[in-house]
Design a protein around this ligand. Structure first.
Ligand SMILES: [Zn+2]
Length: 419
């Protein structure tokens, strides 16, 4: 039997199996079980989060031999044909390649003929926002008076590009980006069923790289399996994606904190040799610094998509810094990323920025200087009570402390403008 890609093989077949879109699944299943069937549904959301999958499940709900039902059987002739993509009465149209008015005119002529053998004719139009203005106008006429046996399901990643006249005739559902932890869980379950041993850390890298898209995550899993075989390690995934691990970022941060320039140069050399894309390394680095800044304030594990182990490493590394330093660190990395576009020597740019960051970290922070300014006179005042030194001399001490702190403050302000 030919190899079937994971995304297709493990495509959810019931409402309960669609990951992270419970709000949509529940509403549609309830309305279908109450016999309230809309003639037009619009599914909007990022790519690869289950819109077309949900559309096919709705088609099964409507046309299943037991239907309309919120629990299509999955085994009858109608369900099986829809699952295999060869149901005559479920017509899938790619809006991106059928953008013209002629395509929609043809559709308008066909909608009036009764379904061949099913209860409903279901039109699933993907990327519907790609239709031309005249195509939308032609479609609108059908939506105004849809034949009783027709249901439209539109899917789009760009809901704002769809005319209001169309939107107002559809039941709209917004699909969510899928959280990293849920992608990891799904990939882990698929890998187990397929008989692959994949390191949990590797799954986290795949899930983060997929940007909340289950389809992208599953395609990456396919690639990783063909690359790594039965046992897939974290390093396999890092090599395939051309990225570095959180542990490596934290190692690099330790080098920067220790102002160890030779180790920094060796580190950059190693990642370049490993085939890591430098621009991607820098944006990933900025993400790590951002995560360090956030994890000090609140529990953001779900938001950041790190495992518990990674999060504790992140928190530990964050202890090296003041908030102010992390903000500056982050800004410098973003500037470094901009600079990379104007250079033929990416390596030099990254090394120079990292050295600048080392210097920045050595300087006193604004907060520490303000604290000194704040505490200085009080500390002196306290000393006055227990001290027998002449008054003029203590006043002189106060002045010295304030002058010193003031000079540092000005210097720091000047430097923080240029890092
Ligand atoms: Zn069925």
């Amino acid at each position: 039997m030919s190899y079937q890609v994971i995304a297709r093989k493990w495509r959810p077949q019931t409402y309960n199996e669609v990951v992270a879109q419970e709000h949509v699944a529940k509403t549609i299943a309830n309305s279908i079980s109450k016999g309230r069937i809309s003639h037009a549904y619009l599914f909007a959301g990022p790519r690869g989060v289950g819109k077309t999958t949900m559309a096919r499940i709705v088609a099964k709900s409507l046309n299943c031999v037991n239907g309309p039902t919120s629990e299509p059987c999955g085994v009858c002739e109608f369900c099986t044909e829809i699952k295999n993509g060869n149901a005559f009465d479920v017509i899938e149209i790619d809006g991106a390649s059928n953008t013209g008015v002629d395509n929609i005119r043809e559709l308008r002529e066909n909608v009036h003929s009764a379904p061949l053998k099913s209860r409903y004719k279901v039109y699933i139009i993907d990327e519907v926002h790609m239709l031309s203005k005249s195509a939308f106008n032609a479609l609108l006429k059908t939506l105004e008076e849809p034949p009783a046996h027709v249901v439209f399901i539109f899917a789009t990643t760009e809901i704002h590009q769809i005319p209001e006249t169309i939107l107002s005739r559809c039941q709209k559902f917004i699909f969510k980006r899928i959280p990293v932890a849920q992608i990891v869980q799904q990939l882990s379950s698929i890998a187990q069923k397929e008989g692959y041993a994949i390191d949990q850390k590797a799954l986290y890298h795949i899930a983060r790289a997929s940007g909340g898209s289950m389809r992208d995550a599953q395609s990456l899993l396919d690639q990783v399996i063909s690359f790594g075989g039965k046992d897939v390690t974290e390093n396999d995934v890092l090599s395939l994606l051309g990225i570095v691990s959180l542990k490596q970022y934290c190692d690099c941060i330790e080098i920067i904190v220790g102002a160890d320039i030779p180790s920094l140069i060796q580190f950059i050399e190693d990642i370049i040799t490993a085939g890591v894309d430098i621009a991607r390394f820098v944006t990933g680095f900025a993400d790590v610094v951002y995560a360090m800044r956030l994890c000090r304030v609140t529990d953001v594990s779900a938001l950041l998509g790190y495992s518990d182990e990674e999060l504790s490493l992140l928190k530990k590394t964050a202890q090296h810094f003041h908030d102010e330093q992390l903000s500056l660190f982050y800004t410098m990395l973003l500037d470094c990323h901009k600079e990379l576009k104007f250079t033929g020597n990416e390596r030099a740019v990254v090394e120079m920025f990292c050295i600048d960051i080392m210097h920045m970290l050595k300087r006193p922070t604004l907060a520490s200087i303000l604290k000194q300014l704040d505490e200085g006179p009080q500390a002196v005042q306290k000393k006055k009570l227990n001290d027998s030194t002449p008054k003029e001399s203590k006043a002189e001490d106060d002045k010295k402390i304030i002058m010193h702190a003031w000079t540092q403050l000005l210097q720091n302000l000047r430097q923080s403008k240029q890092y």
